[in-house]
Design a binder for this molecule. Structure first.
Ligand code: NAD
Ligand code: SER
Length: 319
């Protein structure tokens, strides 16, 4: 049977790029994008307005398009979730359980749901954080991701639902804007460096966090989803590593290209969140089980980010 894919939360930072990548592999008409509202500039392929917490509407969309696989991206991220904890908990949990139920009822055959480095907490070993370790997340976002991981493993073990997951680090890309996370500074910094050559960072200079360039994250996602089921041995969520850097280190890298770039620091409530997260991740299970190998260094990512964003900004000025 041909795969028919539904991406839920398709207008966000990851969804915007994931839909494009999936359509290039599976064909435009085989990838249905969905989000609360239609995007301002609709793409070529099918789109459905969908609130993932509405299980009847979700079922109708799945049946209408004969969906076989769901990529569930709709969630509230760490910083936004702290401002509205119960709303975040309800969205992050109800969305996942609605999709897992589709798997249990055999209406779909495979599910992708991202977890996060936010599942770890202040008592977790913070350097090269192992796959299996103390977690104890202290944000509502992290609590919802940890609970989500338990549900994924439960649905796999009890009902055989083929659900796959990665603990993404903070993602950095130039095609879409980040949606309210603690790692968003690592995207904003590039925009501001090109626009004004200054950036006021909301994390302190030495706050090292695990990060990843979007093309690596998209490749990891598709490699995991296309892996032989026997190779997917972890059904909670896999640790995934790309690069780790602090605001000071990324600023120094940008300065190599924009020598008069100036960074200032004004840590806010997001500093407390970042202080509970790992500095770097051990992803050896991903490497062993399904062959993960990241391609981007800080240097390579910085060059690509600046080159591509510069082109985007020049094009928008010429419009
Ligand atoms: P985002 O905030 O940019 O996008 C989320 C999208 O979901 C938005 O377009 C939003 O409109 C949509 N949405 C919200 N509520 C919805 C609902 N009820 N029904 C349908 N759609 C709804 O987030 P993102 O950065 O693209 O993250 C996607 C997933 O990846 C999330 O689960 C997030 O936790 C996870 N993740 C992201 C990162 C990162 O750095 N971006 C890191 C770790 C994990
Ligand atoms: N980038 C995400 C956040 O900061 C990590 O899950 O919320």
């Amino acid at each position: 049977m041909k795969d028919k894919i539904l991406v839920i939360g398709s207008s966000g930072q990851i969804g915007t790029e994931l839909v494009e990548t999936l359509r290039s592999q599976y064909g435009v008409s085989n990838v249905v994008a969905s989000d609360l509202k239609a995007p301002e500039t609709p793409g070529d392929g099918p789109f459905e307005a969908l609130d993932v917490t509405d299980n009847q509407r979700l079922l109708a969309v799945v049946k209408k398009h004969g969906v076989t696989q769901v990529y569930l991206l709709a969630a509230l991220l760490s910083a936004t979730a702290e401002k509205n904890p119960l709303f975040a908990w309800n969205l992050n949990m109800a969305g996942l359980l609605n999709v897992l139920e589709l798997g249990r009822e055999k209406l779909i055959s495979r599910i992708y749901w991202p977890s996060s480095i936010a599942v770890f907490g202040p008592n977790t070993p913070s350097d090269l954080t192992p796959q299996f370790t103390i977690m104890e997340p202290s944000t509502v976002y992290g609590i919802s991701k940890q609970a989500g991981e338990r549900w994924c493993e439960y649905y796999f073990q009890k009902y055989g639902v083929d659900v796959r997951s990665l603990r993404y680090p903070g993602l950095v890309g130039w095609k879409s804007a980040p949606g309210g996370g603690t790692t968003d500074y690592a995207v904003h910094i590039f925009h501001e460096a090109l626009k004004s050559k200054t950036y006021e960072c909301f994390l302190s200079a030495d706050t090292a966090l695990p990060m990843m360039y979007m093309p690596d994250a998209l490749r990891a996602t598709l490699e995991l989803m296309q892996a032989d089921p026997a190779k997917v041995k972890i059904r909670s969520s896999y640790n995934l590593a790309g690069i780790s850097f602090s605001p000071k280190e990324i600023a120094a890298e940008i300065k190599k290209h924009i020598p008069d770039f100036m960074m200032t620091y004004k840590p806010d409530y997001r500093q407390q969140i970042a202080d509970t997260w790992p500095h770097s991740i051990d992803d050896s299970h991903s490497r062993q089980d399904w062959g993960w190998n990241p391609a981007y260094s800080l240097d390579k990512m910085t060059r690509e980010m600046l080159t591509n964003l510069d082109k985007v900004m020049k094009n928008s000025c010429n419009l």
